[in-house]
Structures are given as structure tokens and as C-alpha cells.
Design a protein around this ligand. Structure first.
Ligand code: WTA
Length: 660
């Protein structure tokens, strides 16, 4: 039975705990249906009401949704607000000044608490510091930072002055960083000397230097460096400044720059099926509204909650559910610098127990690796820890298999915490399809039902609705406030990628396959339908990895496919043809290592192929098209049962069976 078949048959249902349901923001399925009905009845009225109730507007909006230039939708366009004002000042006015905003735990276990007042002051000083360097409204700032209060403050400071940030994950290489600095046209980079993860110090500033050294970054005026470790870094006079110097004499207040609701809050690069990474551009008003609402609806956040999202600020989850959502709602959150396996694989459970976390949000890949670790070492099993503070668990980034779901439910949630399996994307800004902890009966492996106001559907290749029980393409039928606005600098690509003509041009194409259960209508995500891989919850395009490989002087051609992996969900398998004879034995091993390191340098360590296989050629049709379907079968180690008679070179398949 395939994974999809087993998911279709998955029929265990878990009801939300009654006391949680009673007090939840959306209580029971009736509460959910009431909101859905309101959105159906008066779509714009529904969003207008929520935007007025949840956001502090400097100037109120008069028009909710402008569809005149569809698919370039505009929400609340003539309204003005400031995102950082909504996240910080509003909390000071609401009596939350002394409330802990962030419980920061460093890699070595050192804990620092920051109140809303302190965070406000810090953000204002960074904002003033950036202004003193000439950064102004509309400028782009690249943030290449470790998980830190300073990283969050840098994002909030940009929002405060109306600069658009683009956070680049600290695991990306100099080359990737350079491409993003250039594409965004950044005037400043905020970075740190080094980051610390799993007891190791890893350079950041040195990588920034290398990136700039590659050229093309003439628009970049300043590099601001947060001193995290005190490690040795080179500072270039006239360009590089220490964060503590830039902020030293700055006042702890900074008048927020009020911007239009459509002003780009950030650009975040993500992988598509073709070409270079795309800069997903998000708005200020609609984005923040959805960050707040999903904190309320999906996480049922309450004033006393201790919220913990384990994502990195370099990914969208760290934007919406660390840097913005929890602050906008006035929550207390844990921010963790390190990794789940250091000093041992009990780190997450130990932190939940020590900080009394009530809501815990992590990725299936982390859960699966911690299951493995606790099987190998009973001491790190969650049963050894007091996890009684937990009330809600969450999962994000990739499909969670029913086995991992059950383990999470039993061993971490002790069968009393609902699991919100949140399906969403960089492009959607926030959750789209997810159970509600006080309403939705849960089925392991299903993200259940769309949030109120999200018109998700499953359609065929021409955009027609499919009946429940039939697998198809996941789409969203109506625009929603936190949706992607455009691809930075490439509106045509935005239209083509997300609103393709084949589907009629009005449906948002998520890029995932889905099937709805015949009885419940629940959605199950069946994986990407394009050439995007999901390795440990990290999105990568096969084309990106292929281009990196062929950039190596030895490589003539390559094809990259995903292979199912027990821990990481998918792993990268690269088929490579060299410009010289196919290597074997030790030579093959050595070249494979060289190519892996090369990809690590070109993109980042997360993109290194787990497997590399060499061939004299790749399986191609007579017209020269690479048969990726066959390569996927080979990667899995399965027998090829398809007809291969149309192949130019069927004998090549035998060569490609072996991994190096
Ligand atoms: C996948 C991460 C199944 C999906 C927030 C999507 C999921 C891609 C889930 C987006 C889930 C994310 N169940 N699949 N709960 N959540 N995905 O942009 O393939 O890094 O298209 O955003 O991750 O990845 P991204």
C-alpha cells in the first residue's frame, strides 16, 4: 500500500479536549462554521471587520479589496499603519510593558528575558541607528543573522522605518547571499560576527565579506555587525560598523514611519520549479492581520501562554510566528539559538519543562529525528521530562506521516494536546489549511479544513473542481489578505507561477497536490507537483541544484530528483555525467565528495546531494528529454516496470542503479 493509499484509509479521529474547546477563540465546529458562513456571505465585509478589530490603523482604510489589476490584488490600500507600532507600542499602551516578550535561550543554555518595553527600546535604537546610516523608507536591508533578539529587533527596526527587509537564512552560502543582495538591491546588511549552533561557532561576517567580494553589490553602503561571540572578524573602514556602536547614543524612541497597507514589509527568497530563487514580496497590513488572526485561531493564544516556535527567522515560519505574530498579539515566546540535538536530543523536552511552554510548534523532520534518537537512547525520550505545561502542539513545513503524528500526540502531548498540522507556504504568509485546536476533530496525516475565509479547493488540470476522493491540484479560489503580492522585480513570473492561464488565470496555484476525504472533506497534501523538493522542511528547486552542479568544471550534465527519506522526508539524489570518463571506485567517491562540497558552496550545506550517481549519459527520449520519472524510480531503488523502448539509450539505466 502506498503512503497516499494509507492516508486515504486513515480513519482514526481525535476530538479536541472539551475544556480547551469551551474556552477557545473558535469554539467547536459550530464556531468554525459560523465564521466560514460570514466569509461566504460577505467576503469583503468579513475581512474589513477583522482588519478593523485587530489592527491599529494610523489612517483607516475605506476600500477593503481592489481586484482591478488582478492577480495583483490590493488589500486595505488607502489605510496607513506601522507594523512595528502594532507589535510594540500597542503592547506598551495595553499594560504589557513589563510583560516578557522573549525568553531567549542561547546554544549553551544561558537564558535572557526581554520585556516588551525593553524590546521596544532596542528596536527603536536599531531603527535610529539604521536611519543614521541613511537607510530610509522603501530601501531594502538584508538580514543575515543567527537566531537572536537582535535578529528580531533588526526586522522590527526595518518595519519601524518603512525599510523592506530580506532575511537570508544563516545556512546559505556566500554565493546565495550575494545573489539575494543584488536581486533585492540592498543598501545595508545586518549580520553577526559568528553564529553558535550545537557548540560550534560558524562564521557569518566572513561570508558577507566573501559575498560582497564577488562583486555586483555597489548599491550596498553599510554592513552592521552584531557581536555575538567576539570571534575575529575583519572590519572594512567606511562600510562596516558594530551594531553596539551604531546604537550607542541613540534614543530609545523612534517615531514610526506610517506606510500604506500595501507597502512591502519584506521580501523572502524561496525556491520555485525553474531558474533562480524568487523574492516573495509581502504587504504590511494584510500580512500582519493574518499573522495575528492565525495566532488567535490556530494557536488559540491566551495572555498566559508561553509560545514556542522552533523555526529559524530565515524561513517564513520564523517571520510570521516569531518576528511578527507573537509580538502583535502580545504573547510571551521562547526564542532558541541552537539545535534540537545539543547537548543531547532531549533539548526540546528539557526546554519545554524548564520554561513551562504551553504551545509548541515544530517540523515533522525534527520529530522524526527525535523519535530515532529516543529509540537509541532512552534518556532523551520525552517521557523523562515534565511536559504537563503543554496544551497545544503544532507541525509545519512538510507532510507529517501518521506514525510520527501518533508518537507526537502520545509521547509529547500525552494524549491531551491537539496537534495543529498547519499547511501553508512562504507565498501564503500564514496558515491556510489546519485543524483548530478547540474545534476540529483531528485525523493523523491530514491538515483537515481551510481557515475561515480561505477558499481552498482541489481541481483538475484545467481548473475544474474535482469531487472528494479524487486527487488533484490544490488551489485557492479567492485572494486573501496575506497572500504574496508579486515576485520582487518580476511581475510576469508572479503571474505565470501562481495564476497560470491553464487553470483559467484566477486560481492561486499552490504547487501541491491534494485529495479530500469522501466523508469528511478533509484535505491531505500529497506533495509537490512541480520540481520543488522538500528536504527537512527546506524548500529547494531541482533546477537550482542542477545549475550548481553543471557550474563545476568537471560536470557535463546532471539531473536531480527527490527520494523518500525516513527522517528528512525527502533527500536529494543527483545523477551526473562528467566531461571525462565515468569514474568508478575510489575516484568516484572522491569526485562525489568534491561535488557535494561544491554544491554546499554554491547554494548552502542544506542543498548537498545525499547521493550522487555517475553515468556515461542520462536516460533520454529520442528527442533528448531527460526521463526524470525513471530517475525517481532508480533513486528509490525500485525495479523499472515502465516501457523503456522509447529511450535513446536504455542500457544507461543499469549504470545508474549504484550510488557513490
Ligand atoms: C509543504 C513553509 C504538508 C508544501 C511554511 C508547501 C506542507 C511547502 C505542510 C511550503 C503541511 C508545508 N503538510 N505539506 N502541514 N506545510 N508543506 O514555503 O509542499 O518553506 O508547498 O513554507 O511545504 O514550504 P515553505
Amino acid at each position: 500500500m502506498s503512503e497516499t493509499d494509507s492516508l486515504k484509509q486513515e480513519s482514526r479521529m481525535f476530538e479536541p479536549p472539551a475544556d480547551l474547546a469551551r474556552n477557545a477563540a473558535i469554539s467547536g465546529m459550530e464556531g468554525y462554521r459560523t465564521l466560514c458562513a460570514e466569509a461566504e456571505r460577505d467576503y469583503e465585509g468579513f475581512w474589513a471587520r477583522l482588519a478593523n478589530e485587530n489592527l491599529a490603523w494610523h489612517k483607516p482604510f475605506t476600500k477593503t479589496l481592489d481586484e482591478s489589476a488582478a492577480p495583483f490584488y490590493k488589500w486595505f490600500e488607502d489605510g496607513q499603519l506601522n507594523v512595528s507600532y502594532n507589535c510594540l507600542d500597542r503592547n506598551l499602551q495595553n499594560g504589557n510593558a513589563g510583560k516578557t516578550a522573549v525568553i531567549f535561550e542561547a546554544d549553551d543554555g544561558k537564558v535572557t528575558r526581554v520585556t516588551y518595553q525593553e524590546l521596544h527600546d532596542k528596536v527603536c535604537q536599531v531603527a535610529n541607528g539604521l536611519k543614521s546610516l541613511g537607510v530610509k523608507k522603501g530601501d531594502r536591508v538584508v538580514i543575515y543573522m543567527p537566531m537572536s533578539v537582535e535578529g528580531i529587533a533588526a526586522m522590527q527596526a526595518c518595519a519601524r522605518i518603512g525599510a523592506t527587509h530580506s532575511v537570508v537564512f544563516g545556512g546559505f552560502s556566500a554565493k546565495s547571499l550575494q545573489e539575494r543582495i543584488i536581486d533585492a538591491g540592498a543598501v545595508a546588511v545586518v549580520t553577526a560576527d559568528e553564529q553558535v549552533r550545537g557548540g560550534k561557532q560558524l562564521p557569518l561576517k566572513a561570508i558577507v565579506d566573501e559575498a560582497i567580494g564577488m562583486g555586483g553589490c555597489e548599491h550596498l553602503k553599510s554592513v552592521v555587525v552584531y557581536r555575538r561571540t567576539g570571534g575575529n572578524v575583519a572590519m572594512q573602514a567606511g562600510r562596516d560598523l558594530w551594531l553596539h556602536d551604531v546604537t550607542a547614543n541613540q534614543p530609545a524612541t523612534c517615531e514610526p514611519e506610517f506606510v500604506g497597507a500595501e507597502h512591502p514589509l519584506f521580501i523572502l527568497y524561496t525556491s520555485g520549479s525553474t531558474g533562480k530563487p524568487k523574492g516573495v514580496q509581502h504587504s504590511s497590513g494584510g500580512y500582519l492581520l493574518w499573522a495575528m488572526l492565525t495566532m488567535k485561531w490556530t494557536f488559540d493564544i491566551k495572555p498566559d501562554d508561553i509560545f514556542w516556535c522552533t523555526a529559524d527567522i530565515g524561513w517564513v515560519t520564523g517571520h510570521t510566528y516569531i518576528a511578527y505574530g507573537p509580538l502583535a498579539i502580545g504573547a510571551t515566546q521562547i526564542v532558541f539559538e541552537g539545535v534540537p540535538t545539543y547537548p543531547n536530543a532531549g533539548r526540546f523536552w528539557d526546554m519545554i519543562a524548564r520554561h513551562k511552554a504551553t504551545i509548541f510548534y515544530t517540523a515533522p523532520t525534527a520529530i522524526r529525528s527525535l523519535i530515532k534518537a529516543s529509540e537509541a537512547d532512552a534518556n532523551v525520550h520525552p517521557k523523562n521530562f515534565d511536559l504537563s505545561s503543554l496544551r497545544i502542539l503544532g507541525s509545519v513545513g512538510e507532510p507529517i506521516n501518521p506514525e510520527a503524528w501518533m508518537w507526537y500526540y502520545k509521547n509529547v502531548g500525552r494524549e491531551k494536546c491537539p496537534i495543529v498540522d498547519t499547511f501553508w507556504q512562504t507565498e501564503t504568509g500564514g496558515h491556510m489549511i489546519t485543524p483548530l485546536p478547540g474545534a476540529t476533530p483531528m485525523v493523523p496525516g491530514s491538515c483537515t479544513l481551510p481557515l475561515p475565509g480561505i477558499m481552498a479547493a482541489v481541481v483538475d488540470e484545467t481548473g475544474n473542481d474535482l469531487p472528494n476522493g479524487q486527487g488533484g491540484i490544490l488551489v485557492v479560489k479567492r485572494p486573501w489578505p496575506s497572500m504574496i503580492r508579486t515576485i520582487w522585480g518580476d511581475p510576469e513570473r508572479f503571474k505565470k507561477s501562481y495564476f497560470p492561464e491553464e487553470l483559467g488565470g484566477t486560481l492561486y496555484l499552490a504547487g501541491d497536490g491534494s485529495i479530500r476525504n469522501e466523508k469528511t472533506g478533509y484535505f491531505t497534501i500529497t506533495g509537490r507537483i512541480d520540481d520543488v523538493l522538500n528536504v527537512s522542511g527546506h524548500r529547494m528547486g531541482t533546477m537550482e541544484i542542477e545549475s550548481a552542479l553543471v557550474a563545476h568544471p568537471l560536470v557535463a550534465e546532471s539531473a536531480v530528483v527527490g527520494k523518500p527519506d525516513e527522517t528528512t522526508g525527502e533527500s536529494i539524489c543527483a545523477f551526473v555525467v562528467l566531461k571525462r570518463a565515468r569514474p568508478e571506485g575510489d575516484e568516484a567517491k572522491q569526485i562525489a565528495k568534491e561535488l557535494r562540497d561544491w554544491v554546499g558552496k554554491e547554494i548552502g550545506p542544506i542543498a548537498k546531494p545525499k547521493e550522487i550517481r555517475f553515468g556515461d549519459n542520462l536516460p533520454k527520449t529520442r528527442s533528448g528529454k531527460i526521463m526524470r520519472r525513471l530517475l525517481r524510480v532508480l533513486a528509490k531503488g525500485e525495479q523499472i516496470t515502465q516501457d523503456v523502448s522509447t529511450l535513446e539509450n536504455p542500457a544507461i539505466l543499469d549504470q545508474l542503479k549504484q550510488a557513490q
